[in-house]
Design a protein around this ligand. Structure first.
Ligand code: URA
Length: 238
């Protein structure tokens, strides 16, 4: 890879800026100052430094997005704003969302360019737990909770897999729950609630596997995952 491209990929600056750093002698490769932007390096082996500070090459990227309502989970869309439009700063890295949240659903969405991890997290065999907070209209009782937890017919070939329900609040014809499922069927939470006579009026994903929605992340904002979060997710690659 060319040195100037490497530095751009590392987000050190624009192509012109990084060329300027190179010409000024601010960049070293294996402790030797290199002044040629087209210098060829092996990004996996060579030690590149800017003003003596080592730049560690990253080829996979992981972001947590707090998806707001009103944007679609897609990489492009003719009509609607997409979740990728919210990650403008991270453009050009072949990023995509892992799984799908409905347009009106909010909450945790993982965005990456790591196809293997995405495949594993979405694999039905991995049973990755996803927890949702749902505000619902209708009534709820022990019997309905048991049905949701045991497995419910939502019109597919098979009933849903066992789930976990935590009843948070209950009032006159409205209730709120935390629902943890280990599948990712189309509109699954809404259809499960409908199957017991209710209707979801607000839905937010709180977690996916080990990843918890960062409470300090405002709606529409995103941040890179921490090393620890990436390590925890990587356990799903086994
Ligand atoms: N279940 C749904 O019904 N909608 C979502 O967006 C996610 C899970």
């Amino acid at each position: 890879m060319r040195l100037d491209k490497f530095l751009c990929d590392m987000q050190l600056g624009t192509r012109n800026q990084v060329k300027e750093y190179i010409r000024k002698g601010s960049i070293s490769v294996n402790d030797m100052i290199i002044k040629k932007p087209d210098f060829k390096l092996d990004e996996k082996k060579d030690a590149v430094a800017y003003l003596g500070k080592l730049l560690v090459y990253q080829s996979t990227y992981y972001y947590m997005l707090h998806k707001p309502a009103g944007v679609v989970t897609a990489t492009s869309d003719k009509q609607d704003k997409t979740v990728m439009d919210l990650l403008k700063d991270a453009a050009g890295r072949d990023l995509f969302p892992v799984g799908r949240l409905d347009k009106d659903t909010e909450g945790l969405l993982l965005i990456t360019n790591d196809g293997e991890l995405a495949h594993n997290l979405l694999s039905p065999r991995k049973h990755v737990a996803k927890t949702y907070y749902a505000e619902c209209s209708g009534s709820i009782n022990e019997e309905k909770i048991k049905i949701l937890e045991t497995g419910v017919d939502i019109g597919d070939d098979a009933p849903t897999l066992p789930a976990k329900v935590e009843l948070l609040t209950q009032a006159d014809m409205t209730y709120t729950i935390k629902l943890t499922i280990t599948e990712g069927r189309f509109h699954q939470v809404k259809r499960m609630v409908e199957a017991v006579g209710g209707r979801v009026i607000y839905l937010k994903r709180l977690s996916m596997g080990p990843l918890l929605l960062d409470k300090t992340l405002p709606k529409g904002a995103y941040r890179p995952l921490t090393e620890q979060e990436i390590t925890e997710l990587a356990s799903y690659n086994n």
